[in-house]
Ligand binder design. Structure first.
Ligand code: TYM
Length: 333
């Protein structure tokens, strides 16, 4: 059976980008013919400084976000990465398979390190090899992520292929990134050429999953648009990044295509479209944030779910790590 793996870092709150680019699609992938494994990647979060008390809280809050969005712990394996030590163990082996030159090509590292590449953690540099370990520890065949993670999933394929080739085995699968639909690249609400991220300077740039209805409405009303009304066709969105982003968000939230949204609103002014988008977002997101808050009232229950999830994850991961050690020739006596 095909197996799906994906994860989100518990660093800062969940954004609409994480929801549309990842979680919303994961929910739709839970089915009887797919095994689904969803992780809170806390070991990835600490590649940049995280306050210890906040990290625990952020991990629980992220778990609440998965659950509130419809990840069902009966159908999916749900856990935080650090409770399954096999991730770090396999990552070390992949550090010895991946090449320094491959890491040097990672655009996310270059963006995050900026001019300060000498001062960032070694973990940030090795980040993609831990991500490959996350995926391949479960022999995952499908990885649903937003557009920004495509290069990392491609590197995972390179690591799997080099491992198989170096050791003359056919062991790790060549994973497919699943990147489809209008929500794969949700942009900053103040600048349609930048991606919406947890870490952007102004809160007005992003929708947080825990924003209340008034805040969501205000952010969409103040979102940057342009002077033209909505075009007659999607081709009319070319060269209009802010307009395209708002149409894409509407499409993704309503499970429609951008074409369908344009058909409904062609020629409309922003003064009409933005309030409609805000209403749609509030309708879709408030039940999730209400449920997140409710779940966070009982952190012990979240912890129990994650402990159970980690146990199930290890049942899949342990034999795969054992076999990997054996292939590599690491003695276990
Ligand atoms: P992270 O925590 O940055 O983001 C989590 C997921 O949200 C997606 N995403 C977006 N999608 C559309 N528009 C946006 N503006 C936007 N911002 C974020 C990301 O593409 C991602 O799917 N390295 C990963 C976490 C990770 C992982 C893995 C993912 C670690 N191991 C194994 C898949 C498989 C990351 O930093 O995601």
């Amino acid at each position: 059976t095909p197996r799906v793996f994906s994860g989100i870092k518990p660093s800062g709150g969940l954004t609409l980008g994480n929801y549309l680019g990842a979680i919303k699609r994961w929910v739709g992938m839970q089915s009887d013919d797919m095994e689904t494994v969803f992780c809170m990647v806390d070991l990835h979060a600490i590649t940049v400084w995280q306050d210890p008390a906040e990290l625990k809280n952020a991990t629980r809050e992220l778990a609440a976000g998965y659950l509130a969005s419809g990840i069902d712990p009966e159908k999916s394996v749900l856990f935080n990465q650090s409770q399954v030590p096999e991730h770090a163990q396999l990552a070390w082996i992949f550090n010895c398979v991946a090449r320094v030159g491959w890491m040097n090509r990672m655009t996310q590292f270059k963006d995050k390190a900026g001019k300060n590449a000498e001062k960032v953690s070694l973990g940030l540099y090795a980040y993609p090899s831990l991500m490959a370990a996350d995926i391949l520890l479960y022999h995952a065949t499908h990885v649903p992520v937003g557009e920004d993670q495509k290069q990392h999933v491609e590197l995972t394929r390179d690591i799997a292929a080099k491992f198989n080739n170096d050791y003359k085995v056919d062991f790790f699968p060549i994973t497919e990134p699943v990147i489809e639909g209008p929500g794969m690249r949700v942009m900053n609400l103040r600048d349609g050429t930048k991606k919406m991220s947890k870490s952007g300077v102004s809160d007005m740039e992003r929708i947080n999953m825990l924003d209340d209805a008034d805040t969501i409405a205000k952010k969409f009303k103040k979102a940057k648009s342009d002077a033209e009304p909505l075009p007659e066709t999607v081709e009319g969105l070319v060269g209009r990044p802010e307009a395209k982003n708002l149409v894409d968000i509407y499409a993704s939230l309503s499970d429609a295509t951008p074409q369908q949204v344009i058909a409904e609103y062609s020629g409309a002014q922003w003064g009409k479209f933005k309030p409609a988008l805000a209403d749609l977002a509030v309708t879709k997101l408030s039940p999730i944030s209400d449920e997140m808050k409710r779940l966070m009232d009982d952190p012990a229950e979240i912890d129990r779910k994650l402990a159970r999830g980690a146990q199930r994850a290890r049942e899949i991961a342990t034999p795969i790590l054992d076999r990997t050690y054996d292939i590599v020739g690491l003695l276990r006596s």
